[in-house]
Design a protein around this ligand. Structure first.
Ligand SMILES: *[C@@H]1O[C@H](CO)[C@@H](O)[C@H](O)[C@H]1NC(C)=O
Length: 197
């Protein structure tokens, strides 16, 4: 057990300092996360809201290799293409339907996709680019995902490529995406906000 502690003068285990086991309490493994409550999906332009419960939220998760997320989708909302560098994800639909998929690595870049209904489960293997989209124009959707890391990390592809600070040179991106530089400039001028909390 290594309950993470904010202190400068101690040994780091898996990125965090361990709290003295004698002073660890049930609170170190607990969070009143209200995961039964719907989240606001109108703030993010992509129409989704990811509430991630990782080691930053529950110190007791440190070294245990697991975390949890509630994901709310507006009608026609999506969790845009992204990857978790340190975790495989297993997702279940609690409400609504979701069109989900992941793409394998080069050279195949094969899409594995599926329309999920309430109660269905789907797996996104570690490191692969994946997404979830709510195809229903009237009803929201909700999913719960478990991830095989206490700190899975998330890289949203569009944000990393077009929303980096400072920006990647438009010469680089124009060639990479085989488009004109003004198309890249337009994309880079957009506001690339994260849908995570
Ligand atoms: C997610 O929902 C919460 C609560 O409804 C809200 O406070 C937060 O700003 C939302 N976050 C995003 C990224 O939309």
């Amino acid at each position: 057990m290594c309950i993470h502690l904010n202190s400068l003068h101690a040994v780091l285990v898996n990125g965090f300092v361990c709290k003295d086991p004698k002073v660890v309490t049930a609170e170190d493994f607990f969070l009143a996360a209200k995961l039964d409550m719907p989240r606001d999906t109108k703030i993010s332009k992509v129409g989704s809201n990811v509430t991630l419960i990782n080691v930053m939220k529950i110190a007791g998760l440190n070294t245990l290799g697991i975390s949890l997320a509630r994901i709310d989708y507006a009608p026609l909302g999506e969790n845009p293409p992204h990857t978790h560098p340190r975790a495989t994800e297993i997702l279940t639909v609690l409400e609504g339907t979701l069109y989900v998929g992941f793409v394998t690595s080069n050279p195949e870049n094969k899409l594995f996709s599926k329309e999920l209904r309430k109660g269905d489960v789907f797996v996104f293997p570690q490191g692969l680019i994946h997404f979830q989209f709510n195809p229903n124009p009237y009803k929201p959707a909700v999913a719960i995902a478990a991830l095989s890391s206490q700190n899975p990390g998330a890289i949203t592809i569009a944000n990393a490529v077009f929303g980096s600070k400072p920006m990647i040179s438009d010469d680089v991106l124009a060639k990479a995406f085989q488009v004109e530089k003004k198309t890249v400039d337009w994309l880079q001028a957009q506001f690339w906000a994260d849908n995570h909390n």
